[in-house]
Write a protein that binds this ligand. Structure first.
Ligand SMILES: *Cc1c(COP(=O)(O)O)cnc(C)c1O
Length: 400
């Protein structure tokens, strides 16, 4: 299911480095896992495209049967450009100007409202003519086990469950048609009880609305990043969610779809960042492997302390040695300390795994360096899906 070392090496030789490579088969494998796990209840999956918005990826995920979760009007437009039916796009913005929400409405996409003031304005403007979903903040903290903490009340996302009376007032006064409730409790939730706890909160809320069609549980599926890591137990979650919905539907008296918004789960493990080793620098304290990349291309290790496994694609079988892997930009950009990697020589191609989600997407032109190219491997055939930037791109939009 993963790309082989020789496939990766071939991509580096054919397209150069730094290079993002995505394995389409893996995305479809992950999508099938979701479909099977939730097969016993009507469920829809909205790919959270902020993880990776390349048009070819959006199209690929669409033909798998997924819908799209967007957090900006431009993501919505990318989705439409990629061919998504507006009814298969859910817009979940936070702190955007009302005109952006109006634009989404004009485009005919599903809208998820995340603040009281917008809910009131939307209701006053459109009444019952355009159904909306409401994003609730359940104040559940994702982690080993959930807790409802006053600290978490600081989160900027969603409308607090404690404001339910205010929501009801607005809905009643404006006649707003609420067709769904949403929550997204965070990323990398391993404990399925967190999802189930969130679902209970949603059921509680749902009883206050008469015409819901779906409950959206957002995302947070954890994927393994290194050997020994375990991801969310999707199959167990699927069973428990189906059972919970079935029980609740009897009480509610209407069928309710379950919606999810996987980002990382679909694309993280499908992606690789290939880089070249420019320098091996032995200091008194460590051996640095200096590569032709930096946090301008992959910021997760520095931003989130994320662990990305690193392979030596050129010499996978050499004796293992300990390295500190760093980038080439003028800022502390350490990808990994004390990493055991087969001996690296200058000119070796290294590969960061799990680079599909929030990799290219969070890249920048810091240090006036160019963004990498992107390649999609489908049925074993690598195809360029985004050209490497050129110097001209740095001048683009500058006014002299
Ligand atoms: C980021 C985000 C997701 C996806 O999260 P992952 O951890 O990548 O799966 C889903 N829904 C919303 C609203 C998001 O903001």
């Amino acid at each position: 299911m993963n790309l082989t070392i020789s496939q990766l090496l071939q991509c580096a030789e054919q397209f150069g480095t730094p290079l993002y490579v995505y394995n389409a088969d893996y995305i479809s494998y992950q999508y099938n896992i979701l479909q099977h796990a939730f097969a016993s209840h009507p469920t829809r999956f909205f790919y959270a495209c902020k993880a990776l918005t390349n048009i070819s990826i959006l199209k690929y995920v669409y033909q798998l049967g997924a819908s799209l979760d967007c957090v900006s009007i431009n993501e919505v437009k990318l989705g439409l450009y990629a061919g998504y039916d507006p009814k298969r796009i859910l817009f979940t913005p936070n702190c955007v100007e009302f005109s952006e929400i109006q634009e989404a409405k004009e485009l005919g996409v599903l809208i998820n409202i995340d603040s009281i003031s917008v809910l009131e304005l939307f209701g006053n403007t459109y009444g019952d003519t355009y159904p909306v979903c409401i994003r609730i903040n359940p104040h559940i903290e994702a982690g080993g086990n959930y807790k409802i903490s006053t600290g978490h009340i600081d989160s900027k996302f969603g409308i607090s469950i404690h404001q339910i009376r205010h929501i009801e007032r607005i809905v009643k006064t404006t006649g707003l048609h609420v067709h769904g409730l949403h929550m997204h409790t965070g990323s990398e939730i391993k404990d399925i009880d967190v999802f189930l706890q969130a679902l209970d909160v949603l059921f509680d809320m749902a009883n206050r609305f008469t015409a819901l069609d779906f409950l959206d549980l957002g995302s947070g599926f954890k994927v393994p990043y290194k050997a020994g890591d375990t991801g969310t137990d999707i199959h167990k979650l699927g069973e428990k969610v189906a059972l919970a919905f079935k029980t609740f539907e009897q009480e509610y008296g209407r069928p309710l779809e379950a919606w999810f918004e996987p980002g990382k789960f679909l694309v993280s493990n499908a992606g690789y960042l290939l880089v070249n080793t420019n320098i091996i620098k032995q200091t008194t304290a460590t051996v640095f492997a200096g590569i032709n990349s930096g946090f301008n291309h992959l910021i997760r290790p520095m931003f989130y302390d994320a662990y990305h496994e690193i392979l030596n694609v050129s010499h996978p079988d050499g004796p293992e040695r300990i390295y500190t892997v760093v980038g080439n930009i003028c800022e502390t950009d350490t990808f990994a300390w004390d990493r055991v990697i087969p001996e690296i020589k200058e000119g070796d191609i290294l590969c960061f795994k799990n680079a599909g989600a929030y990799g290219f997407e969070m890249s920048s032109n810091f240090n006036s360096r160019l963004k990498p190219a992107e390649v999609l491997v489908q049925n074993g055939v690598p195809k360029l899906i985004r050209k490497r930037q050129t110097f001209e791109d740095l001048l683009h939009n500058q006014v002299e």
